[in-house]
Design a protein around this ligand. Structure first.
Ligand code: GLC
Length: 556
């Protein structure tokens, strides 16, 4: 199927139902001006590589004006580009180029919190207790005799208390403000309509500029329970802790968030063919599906799939659960294995278990079995890309790029590292600049050799130029899978399990006449008859058996 962009999709076949969306992490994709930090100019020059890869859309992590305390997820001006990445004009040039190449552009919207340098927060600090300015954020008096105890027991996702006490304009210690993340990221008060109005305007600003949609940051956290009650168990991941008997979590997944989802959706519907994807870490797939009911988001990240272990029963169950839950509300399922907050799956899948989401792997941790990681990651991606629905690819995974697991403490940038005094190393290991060319400085990330995070020497062997045109390389595997996915319209297809082709440790499904067969562990299994379309073993060589940790696509 040819890419129809910029035509408007047909009802029921909207582009986002089946799109393969590539996540660009602007700091690390390509650096046009050689300062060691990726930028829009660098990205624009490298966009043809993404067209060649065969993706449909590109989602950009934030490039807005920001003090960069949380790598751009601390925004001080939502309607401008940070000089680190370029200008609005550079954005327009990039968008025009992407459109020419048939790639839709999705930007990241961060509505749960702003930077503490945002003019609205600065105004709130100055205006004093009880002012309308303060009501835009979550200010509260402290407890204790002199207000010296934080208003409740909430902890920041990045470690330490979720409250910081301010010095009032008169020089005295005063109120506390809430920050579910770093202290540089104060939470907005979404019960105040003025906050919603600000964001109406921001959405329209980018939609008018021509973006295809938004990835919405922390889409499950914007409403906090009335009275801000203590949490039963503090938890440093974004899923919240919830058991049948417990009260709903006071800041994750509150019912009130759905009114915001509806409000965003109404604005999206004023424009043609745009879509939003929610970043909503919720404990079950059924809960995630609540974010994509009619009138809410178009998509939500399937973090259940991302956290599933590579074995037959977990993969079967998570796919069943996802298809049931998302089909049940008329939304496509999404599929995702890596992003800028998690350990890259080429490394994660080398382990039986890894530190919890966001904590990362450092040099003191047991180092991964690289070959195993490669094998399982290629297999999991090949299983994923055959599934109906929309898939996300995180930059570098098409190269099989592993995590940097040996980064020395002096290079760390993630606030998690600092807020936990190095106890949790954080997410820098998955954010390292991409290798483009093994023979260039900084492996072709730029021409000067600068890099804001160190690239491990082993990235050389993963460089794009080492893989391009090389049969059996991970890059060629991804290209082939994406081409076939289009040809057989798998994104819009229907999944039917094929138990007749599955064994004790293998799992098979058929989508639009393509059999996807995965062998998880145990002995090699016989390949069914048919045309071998793709295989993780050796791209397109004729094979009779499928070894463990391998996946094949066969045209029946
Ligand atoms: C989301 C982002 C993450 C960021 C956090 C706070 O989880 O993906 O990178 O640190 O929100 O904005």
């Amino acid at each position: 199927m040819s890419n129809t962009y910029p035509l408007v999709s047909a009802p029921g076949r909207e582009w986002w139902r089946s799109a393969v969306i590539y996540q660009i992490y602007p700091r690390s994709f390509a650096d046009g001006n050689g300062d060691g930090m990726g930028d829009l100019k660098g990205i624009t020059e490298r966009l043809p590589a993404l067209q060649e890869l065969g993706v449909d859309a590109v989602w950009f992590s934030p490039f807005f004006k920001s003090p960069q305390k949380d790598a751009g997820y601390d925004v001080s001006d939502y309607k401008d580009i940070d000089p680190l990445f370029g200008t609005l004009q550079d954005f327009d040039i990039m968008l025009a180029e992407a459109t020419k190449l048939g790639l839709r552009v999705i930007v990241d919207l961060v509505p749960n919190h702003s930077s503490d340098q945002h003019p609205l927060f600065q105004a709130a600090l100055k205006a004093g207790k009880g002012s309308p300015e303060r009501d835009m954020y979550m200010f509260r008096d402290g407890k204790g005799k002199n207000g010296e105890v934080p208003p409740n027991n909430w902890e920041s996702v990045f470690g330490g208390p979720a409250w910081t006490r301010i010095t009032e304009p008169n020089g005295e210690l005063g109120q506390w403000y809430l920050h579910i993340f770093d202290s540089s990221q104060p939470d907005f008060n979404w019960r105040n309509d003025k906050v919603a109005e600000e964001f109406d305007d921001i959405l329209r600003f980018w939609l008018d500029r021509g973006v295809a949609g938004f990835r919405i940051d922390v889409a499950h956290g914007m409403i906090k329970a009335d009275g801000l009650p203590d949490v039963a168990v503090n938890n440093s991941t974004m899923t919240g802790v919830e058991k049948e008997s417990e009260e709903p979590h006071p800041f994750w997944g509150q019912d009130g968030v759905h009114a915001i989802n509806h409000r965003f959706r109404k604005i999206m519907d004023e424009y043609e063919d745009r879509a939003m994807c929610a970043e909503a870490w919720l404990p079950t797939i059924d809960k995630m599906a609540l974010w994509v009911r009619p009138g809410e988001y178009h998509q939500t990240f399937n973090f259940g799939f991302m956290s599933a272990d590579w074995n037959k029963s977990e993969y079967k169950d998570i796919v069943d659960e996802s298809m049931d839950a998302f089909n049940g509300v008329g939304a496509p399922s999404t599929w995702v294995l890596s992003n800028h907050d998690t350990i890259r799956h080429a490394t994660r899948m080398a382990y039986k278990s890894v530190p919890k989401q966001g904590d990362g792997i450092g040099p003191d941790y047991e180092q991964p079995d690289e070959a195993k990681g490669q094998r399982v990651a290629r297999a999991a991606s090949t299983f994923m890309l055959g599934l109906p629905g929309s898939s996300y690819i995180y930059q570098g995974e098409e190269l099989g790029l592993p995590e940097n697991t040996t980064m020395a403490p002096e290079f760390r940038q993630d606030p998690t590292f600092f807020r936990t005094k190095g106890e949790r190393v954080g997410r820098d290991g998955c954010r390292v600049p991409l290798p483009w060319d093994a023979n260039e400085k900084a492996f072709g990330f730029n021409q000067t050799g600068e890099a804001w995070l160190p690239q491990p020497e082993l990235y050389k062997t993963y460089a794009r130029n080492q893989q391009r045109g090389v049969a059996g390389s991970t890059l060629e595997l991804y290209k082939r899978l994406l081409k076939l996915r289009r040809e057989y319209d798998l994104g819009n297809g229907e999944l039917v399990w094929a138990p007749e082709h599955s064994g004790e440790t293998s799992l098979a499904y058929i989508n639009n006449g393509v059999l996807v067969l995965a062998n998880f562990d145990g002995p090699a299994i016989a390949l069914p008859k048919g045309e071998l379309l793709a295989t993780t073993q050796h791209d397109l060589s004729i094979e009779e058996v499928l070894e463990h940790d391998q996946v094949a696509w066969i045209k029946l």
